[in-house]
Design a protein around this ligand. Structure first.
Ligand SMILES: Cc1cc2nc3c(=O)[nH]c(=O)nc-3n(C[C@H](O)[C@H](O)[C@H](O)COP(=O)(O)O)c2cc1C
Length: 185
């Protein structure tokens, strides 16, 4: 699919068939995360979770934390891509860059990775949705985060649910009024 078509067809999918994407599909999507802009001072880790017991446990953990009473938090998606980053405390030596600034920048990197992967998923006909609830729910449960492959000293940053869907990825129109833009000419 051509890039602009994927940009227009990308949308959050919240109903999946439950079928696990093929290894090739998952790898195609993951490769695009690695093509996103990266800074050398960041230590990012990706967990790819297709284990059904862990996916179920993640939903239980999310309900424990969020208490929203959702029937499902994974929407039936059989693949969950969880991105974590090293909890930066040290700044950059001989600069004004604090550890906190480096941490904030990790979120830029995260956004690029998620965006690339969503576009790639759209291009190959897979559904996807950025998933924050299951990520924040790991904050007070480091033992489960460790089970999900989050390395020691890293914090969960964000995630993407990925899967087969019967929902059609329809082309959307741009709504120019949706965000204020200031032009300074
Ligand atoms: C940072 C971020 C976190 C999100 N977290 C969730 C989430 O926890 N659960 C969910 O269903 N959707 C989540 N979404 C998806 C948004 O709800 C969705 O992108 C938004 O409603 C716009 O819809 P669209 O993606 O179809 O354009 C998240 C999106 C972003 C950007």
């Amino acid at each position: 699919m051509e890039l602009f078509e994927a940009l227009k067809r990308r949308c959050s999918i919240r109903r999946y068939t439950g079928e696990v994407p093929t290894e090739q599909e998952i790898q195609t999507v993951l490769d695009t995360a690695l093509l996103s802009p990266q800074l050398p001072m960041h230590d990012i880790h990706i967990s790819v979770i297709t284990n059904s017991a862990l996916l179920k446990e993640a939903e239980e953990n999310t309900e424990r934390f969020c208490q929203l009473g959702y029937p499902t938090y994974n929407y039936g998606a059989a693949c969950w891509i969880l991105i974590s980053g090293k909890h930066q405390t040290e700044g950059m030596p001989n600069t004004n860059f604090t550890g906190d600034m480096i941490r904030t920048n990790e979120y830029w990197t995260l956004g690029s990775m998620i965006q690339n992967m969503q576009l790639a998923a759209t291009s190959i006909g897979l559904g996807s949705v950025a998933m924050n609830m299951s990520v924040v729910s790991l904050r007070d449960n480091p033992a489960f985060a460790e089970k999900l492959g989050v390395p020691n000293g890293y914090e969960p940053l964000g995630s993407l649910l990925l899967g087969k869907t019967e929902i059609e990825l329809k082309e959307r129109q741009v709504k120019r009024e949706s965000l204020p833009i200031t032009y300074l000419k």
